[in-house]
Design a protein around this ligand. Structure first.
Ligand code: MLT
Length: 237
């Protein structure tokens, strides 16, 4: 089994997704938020590319709605794209469905659906993702959401962390992209927050006063939750 890495959804035409498991990752913050939402009692998640679709799910299905553009909460929705939105005391959103639209992560997920299976990865659920891939016995592709089509450091460092966990079961050496991700993780693993302070999106979020999201999203294995695509939504595996 081979583990490969796609640095941007715009590179997806270079990959054959048929028969593969895709791990969509958007550390800051879509997949971190989705993992947290399901871990805190949300029943299922509709990831959508447009704000209009997000609002429509809210009206038609009574979903909780979360939307973000350029790192800021989009006006007119219940929540933005911070995992802290689901950490409210009393878990008021437990038992609710969620529709969510973000700048990068939800579009990356929708563009990966030709794969055999699609799951959401984050540092928060790294081992849950690794365990799933081990049992699938399929080639896997990490799809990094990036930033507006561009490479982003944190998503690729995650891919390196995942490749490190799977190195004894997967071929992580025959793809230059996976090798690059591994090397980035080797640079970062000693002090992940310090290393990722270099990330453009971290600097962007800090300027938006969302730095507390940064530290939360870097917590390894905080949730044993695996969001998996099923029919038309993400559910807990
Ligand atoms: C996303 O999650 O799509 C983006 O990376 C933007 C963000 O939440 O800051």
């Amino acid at each position: 089994m081979k583990l490969d890495v796609c640095f941007s959804p715009d590179l997806l035409p270079c990959y054959d997704l048929l028969g593969k498991v895709v791990v969509v990752v958007d550390i800051l913050r879509a997949t971190s938020t989705i993992v947290t939402a399901l871990g805190e009692g949300v029943t299922h998640v509709f990831p959508v590319a447009s704000l209009e679709e997000c609002a429509a799910y809210g009206q038609q299905q009574g979903c909780l709605t979360a939307a973000e553009r350029d790192g800021l909460p989009a006006p007119g929705f219940d929540l933005g794209n911070s995992p802290f939105g689901f950490l409210t005391a009393g878990r008021p959103f437990a038992g609710r469905a969620l529709s969510i639209s973000t700048t990068n992560g939800t579009a990356a997920l929708r563009r990966s659906l030709a794969a055999e299976a699609v799951v959401c990865g984050a540092f928060l659920n790294l081992e849950a993702v690794a365990g799933f891939l081990r049992q699938q016995h399929r080639d896997a592709l990490v799809v990094c959401a990036g930033w507006k089509g561009q490479f982003c450091l944190e998503d690729t460092v995650f891919a390196g962390a995942l490749a490190t966990r799977l190195a004894s079961e997967f071929d992580v050496a025959s793809s230059d992209a996976t090798l690059a991700a591994l090397h980035l993780w080797q640079q970062a693993e000693a002090d992940l927050p310090a290393y990722l302070l270099q990330s453009a999106h971290v600097r962007r979020l800090n300027s938006l006063e969302a730095s507390h999201d940064f530290n939360f999203c870097l917590r390894l294995d905080a949730y044993d939750v695996l969001p998996i695509w099923q029919h038309d939504r993400l559910v807990r595996f």
